[in-house]
Ligand binder design. Sequence first.
Ligand code: FNR
Length: 368
Amino acid sequence: MSKQLVGVQDYEREAHRRLPRSALDYYQSGALDEVTLRENKEAMERWYIRPRFLRDVSQRTMATTLLGHRVAVPFGVAPTAMQRMAHPDGEVATARAAGRHGAPFTLSTIATASIEEVATAAPNTLRLFQLYIYRDREVTASLVRRAEAAGYSALVLTVDAPYFGIRRADIRNKFTLPPHLRLANFQSAEESGRVNTSPGGSGINEYVASLFDAALTWEDVAWLKGITKLPLVLKGILTKEDASLGVEAGAAAIWVSNHGARQVDGVAPTMEALPEVVAAVHGRCEVYVDGGFSQGAHIFKALALGANMVFLGRPLLWGLACGGEEGAWGVLNTVHTELDSVMALSGCATVQDITRAMVVRRDTLAHL
Ligand code: FNR
């Protein structure tokens, strides 16, 4: 990483230069016309920060907790699949970078490093395991047992992906996982090898359609809770209705997400869905959010709107592509520096100081 990279956009530009077309398109694409992809970012600008002054910001901390675990920062790494396309060290590098930063890391079910490999390489990182439920319940239960045995701290059930959304670039590219890589959490060719081929359009969409369980209901959430002692986080919630059902189903956290705008094009940007979910949850469990976050001020705004933790997906892929663990660490460090600056300049010495009164919606200001 010889170039000076200042800000997530620099990492993104550099990653675009470095990544092979098919991997870049897989990482960057949203569903269909990518309206929600654009709006995830635009929605950040609909909120203005209301800085407060003369509050002694000379000593600051971003430390907070996630499901009772202490973390150094109120942001972490969202699960993104197949990170070894970005760098040979893949998920291992990202997990280690998160740990060095005191940030939580989420490993995808369809990762290119296994549950155990990441645990061994990043023993001090607070690790969450993102789960997709396979039609073969023994496959699913085995993933859960392995995450428990390897010391992961929570299961993150992704509820928004009975199938994968239509991503046009992947169809054009006939996207497949390159042959030297495999889905490391699986031994059998059935669960691992299929993603290396694409008989029709996108290899990953065909993989998901053939193996994931599209018949899932809230009963399956109950089943999952019944087979694990780990806290359960529900990822992909966008409405107050599902947030309430999630709390009633015993979720330890509701993770507001539109899957990086990769599923339904036309859903609300996550910054718009967040207040509705926070209100519905009403303090009964933690609330996380992801989607379009690339700057400290964005994170500040989400915390002000009631999120306990903000997760970043693509920015870590850009960091990885630029320089493996150092690149991923660099992205986290950039965001950290920016959030620290916003906190200091807005009168917030701690995360608890970032209250709802610290932001105002732009369109309500116009009416004053
Ligand atoms: C994802 N996401 C995702 N989510 C999940 O639950 N399991 C997964 O395997 C993946 N894989 C994945 C791959 C890629 C390339 C992307 C971009 C996203 C969604 C991810 O966890 C998160 O919700 C979004 O990435 C957040 O948006 P930003 O930060 O990428 O804008």
